[in-house]
Design a protein around this ligand. Sequence first.
Ligand code: NAP
Length: 308
Amino acid sequence: MAPIKLAIVGVGKIVRDQHLPSIAKIADYELVATASRHGTVEGVPAFTTIQAMLEAVPEITAVSLCMPPQFRYEAAHAALNAGKHVFLEKPPGATLSEVQDLVRLAAGKKVSLFASWHSRYAPAVEAAKTFLAGTRIRNMQVIWKEDVRHWHPNQDWIWQAGGLGIFDPGINALSIVTHILPNAIFLTKASLEFPENRDAPIAADLRFCDAAGLEVHAEFDWRQTGKQSWDIIADTDAGQMVLSEGGAKLSVDGALTFSEPEKEYFELYKRFAAIIANGTLDVDLAPLTHVADAFMLGRRKFVDSFFD
Ligand code: NAP
């Protein structure tokens, strides 16, 4: 099959760290253009706006949108309207309703739309889902604590309205939780901590349950120095399951049962090629819905100002 002629918009950290190396390993894609105000990729025609790129390179068949979420809708609308398949970095947008609008547009244009959740493709996530499906879950704890200064230095957008703050990494945890649990969960209580000088939270404490009464407690914090934690722990009738390192490793009662090298973005691009081939959409809004619920239900506390 002829390769998908791909364009990337918003050439920044995640494009360099993950998209470019993953695309290079998959024969399904040929990178034919980029659009970014400053970023470029050596040897690839570069434009500063998506509109100029779409006009100049009509052979583009698919577009990956990797800019911050507040600026994704306009670019997605332009790409879908031009009949291109679209890959949305996570989170798929700044609001639920704008993503729903993109779903309608993609369906009407008969092109594929992919709301990517990279953490769902972490190596041990499917093994965790299988383990939980075979037992009774008593409770679940989610601990997502990292050092924002290390992982997001000087990213102003992340602290602005729509940038999600601590939910930028926290939504990765929610994407895993909503995938591995057998039943839907819903938020019952939340508290959010906002630095006095920022529009997005630095920490969040979330309580969920499902219809059968399963309790899920999530703690997200960006002030963690030293050891970083991206862990999901479930007490079950078959022992304590720990899905650690953001979904990379699975252990039960302390014994490692699953660990494989990380290839999340390779898997994301394989999935995108598959939905393009099938003519389908893959847009699950559950993780973003929980974040929206946290902003609706959460109590707000103001804490010390944050400076990079
Ligand atoms: P980033 O480097 O700060 O932003 C990506 C690029 O978007 C920037 O280099 C910039 O390129 C463009 N951009 C920035 N502000 C813009 C604006 N106001 N209007 C239009 N374009 C703008 O961020 P990132 O870390 O790559 O994250 C981008 C997305 O990927 C986010 O949604 C994030 O959640 C997701 N993501 C990030 C990571 C990670 O580890 N960093 C991991 C997974 C997913 P130009 O200046 O050239 O336009």
